[in-house]
Design a protein around this ligand. Structure first.
Ligand SMILES: Nc1nc2c(ncn2[C@@H]2O[C@H](COP(=O)(O)OP(=O)(O)OP(=O)(O)O)[C@@H](O)[C@H]2O)c(=O)[nH]1
Ligand SMILES: [Mg+2]
Length: 211
């Protein structure tokens, strides 16, 4: 995996992943573990949006990602006016996919992403937009996990969304999360296209690897 440093980028070709969730749930930790293989014990709240532009090979494909690590936003920008009035939410409405992170030890943090999801659904057509719920801090969860099971059921059966539990601290299921997400993105991009088009697209995507 090659990595790059946080920067701003206007390239619309990239797969834009927005990482959202309540304060302290581990959004930055997940992104940094994935992009830089680094974990920080000390909590430093994210005060502004950070953009990471890694090129990664996942499931044998090369992807150019634009990962947006967001600070806490009180509400999702439901239209462009909201986007401009609160710059923290700027550029979130056209993401390719959403990663909504909650802390498996905090029911409040799940309530937050629940209302965020409602706001996202209100603000755009989510038909072709993968939304993944991520339960982070699995290393701190108690074994019985009644709350986690309820969340997993709700998300998978009712919301029909991807669900992954992970621990940014122990780098557990972090790669799995992005693998699953890319599968969902690919399915939407190519799932309904004829095989020849899919092969062509895959070759184009892998051009850097083949040459
Ligand atoms: N035990 C444990 N701690 C974690 C894990 N992930 C993150 N943390 C800790 O939780 C705290 C918050 O992590 P951040 O990644 O900064 O959380 P955030 O969601 O980016 O927070 P904001 O930027 O304020 O919204 C830090 O002290 C991390 O070390 C995890 O998987 N397990
Ligand atoms: Mg952060």
């Amino acid at each position: 995996m090659t990595t790059s440093h946080p920067t701003i980028d206007s390239d619309q070709q990239k797969i834009k992943l927005a990482v959202l969730g309540a304060p302290g749930v581990g959004k930055t930790s997940i992104v940094k573990q994935f992009v830089c293989n680094h974990f920080e014990e000390e909590y430093e709240p994210t005060d502004r949006k950070h953009v990471y532009l890694p090129s990664v090979i996942i499931n044998d494909h090369l992807y150019e990602l634009k990962i947006i690590d967001c600070p806490y936003i009180p509400y999702f920008p439901v239209n462009s006016l909201y986007e401009f009035t609160d710059f923290r939410g700027y550029g979130l409405r056209n993401a390719t996919a959403y990663i909504l992170v909650y802390d498996v030890t905090s029911e409040d943090s799940f309530q937050y992403i629940k209302s965020l999801r409602d706001q996202i659904l209100e603000s755009r057509n989510m038909h072709d937009v993968p939304l993944f719920v991520v339960g982070n801090k699995h290393d701190l969860s108690d074994e019985r996990g009644k709350f986690r099971r309820e969340v997993a059921n709700l998300v998978k059966k009712q919301w029909k969304c991807g669900y992954v539990e992970c621990s940014a601290k122990f780098n557990w299921h972090i790669v799995l999360l992005f693998k699953e997400l890319m599968k969902a993105v690919d399915f939407i991009d190519y799932g309904h296209k004829p095989t020849a088009v899919r092969v062509q697209d895959a070759l184009r995507r892998n051009r850097c690897v083949i040459l």
